[in-house]
Design a protein around this ligand. Structure first.
Ligand code: SF4
Length: 226
């Protein structure tokens, strides 16, 4: 696999937020979201065998969770899926963060998928792979990263049209962070004010969870490896 970094921190997003987590960040992404905070994953990465990755992960254990993220981890599906099966057999709880653009049928059912649906203001709207809806179950989460009202209205329509709350365990609405955020750990760095988003969610009685990227309030927003 091509790996950017492996480290232990707390999970910053999803219903697992706040739990200790080992992050395995894979290199490469085929999308270019306007607000992407992971551009350093687009190229490079260290080529590592599955055994080498497993050794680095083992040195960071014990830990509640292991997450595969990127970039887009499913671009390395051929290596990643057997590796996830191996870790599941050892009793680990696995999370997979994915853009939703790649087919997810091959992901083992026990893996908790956190699947993005890209909204229009990301510049990658329309990239969601629709058959992925059929792969969702109660252990999975669907995430919309929102930069403004247009994104919110898209997410609201998508949630309702596809009855997402009946398909996935969680629906996450997360304000996008400004690409050139200041070092301050403040909501001023959000492209969409979380308070505004909360007011819209409550007014619409949306069956979704407000999701703030808590690592950006614990450490300076630009800090890597946390
Ligand atoms: S899918 Fe993720 S890594 Fe890829 S461009 Fe979008 S935000 Fe960045």
């Amino acid at each position: 696999m091509h790996i950017i970094e492996i480290y232990k921190s707390v999970q910053g997003e999803s219903s697992f937020a706040g739990l200790p987590c080992i992050f395995v960040r894979l290199a490469g992404c085929n999308l270019r979201c306007t607000w992407c905070d992971s551009e350093y994953t687009f190229t490079g990465g260290k080529k590592m065998s599955l055994e080498e990755v497993e050794d680095v992960v083992a040195a960071l254990l014990p830990c509640t969770l292991i997450e595969f993220t990127g970039g887009e981890p499913m671009l390395q599906e051929k290596e990643l899926v057997p590796f996830m099966q191996r870790l599941l057999a050892h009793g680990h709880t696995l999370l997979l963060e994915t853009s939703g653009e790649r087919p997810l049928q091959a992901v083992p059912k026990q893996v908790h998928k956190i699947v993005d649906v890209k909204c229009p203001q990301s510049g990658e709207g329309g990239t969601f792979h629709r058959p992925n809806l059929e792969t969702l179950g109660p252990g999975d989460e669907v995430k919309f990263v929102l930069a403004g009202r247009e994104d919110y209205e898209f997410a609201r329509a998508f949630i309702r049209e596809h009855k997402l709350n009946e398909r996935a365990g969680q629906i996450l609405l997360s304000p996008a962070f400004k690409k050139h955020a200041t070092p301050e750990r403040t909501t001023e760095n959000c492209m969409l004010d979380p308070r505004q988003l909360t007011e819209w969610m409550l007014a619409d009685q949306l069956p979704a969870r407000l999701s703030l990227q808590i690592h950006k309030y614990i450490w300076p927003p630009q800090q890597k490896g946390v």
